[in-house]
Design a protein around this ligand. Structure first.
Ligand SMILES: [Zn+2]
Length: 138
């Protein structure tokens, strides 16, 4: 799926720029709901600084179900209030970069996105990779 995600196909999945579908953990068999519809904004790399989902310290990945480095993800669902998530987990903060990678709290699959604790953005911002979630339309 990763190489088929484009801004156009994702834009079809938005209403007013917000997610039309509920966003779930992508792991087959995991039913963890991450975001309800209409809470996250689709964003592109041009909009704001994006942390790489590659070069993740291997000691962080060791505790997860993901053992290989993911491709970098181009499109993200942006959430500015952590309370907008239905469920959310974090890997340990990377000391050098201040990045916290998002994980599934039920099955520990990670990284699903990131939160930069050193961000210059005016409010705490959470980015969920658009190609690392499962979409379910009502
Ligand atoms: Zn999961």
């Amino acid at each position: 799926m990763a190489d088929q995600v484009t801004f156009d196909t994702l834009s079809d999945q938005t209403t007013g720029g917000k997610n039309l579908a509920a966003l779930y953990c992508p792991r087959p068999g995991c039913r963890c709901l991450l975001l309800k519809p209409n809470v996250a904004q689709l964003t592109t790399p041009a909009d704001e600084p994006i942390a790489e989902l590659t070069n993740i310290p291997t000691q962080l990945l060791a505790g997860c179900n993901l053992t290989t480095q993911p491709d970098n993800s181009t499109y993200f669902w942006k959430v500015t209030n952590m309370l907008d998530f239905e469920n959310l987990g974090f890997l340990k903060t990377v000391a050098e970069t201040g990045v916290k990678y998002l994980s599934c709290p039920d099955c520990d699959l990670a990284p699903l996105g990131f939160h930069n604790t050193h961000s210059q953005l005016p409010q705490p911002t959470y980015f969920l990779a658009a190609d690392r979630v499962r979409y379910q339309f009502a």
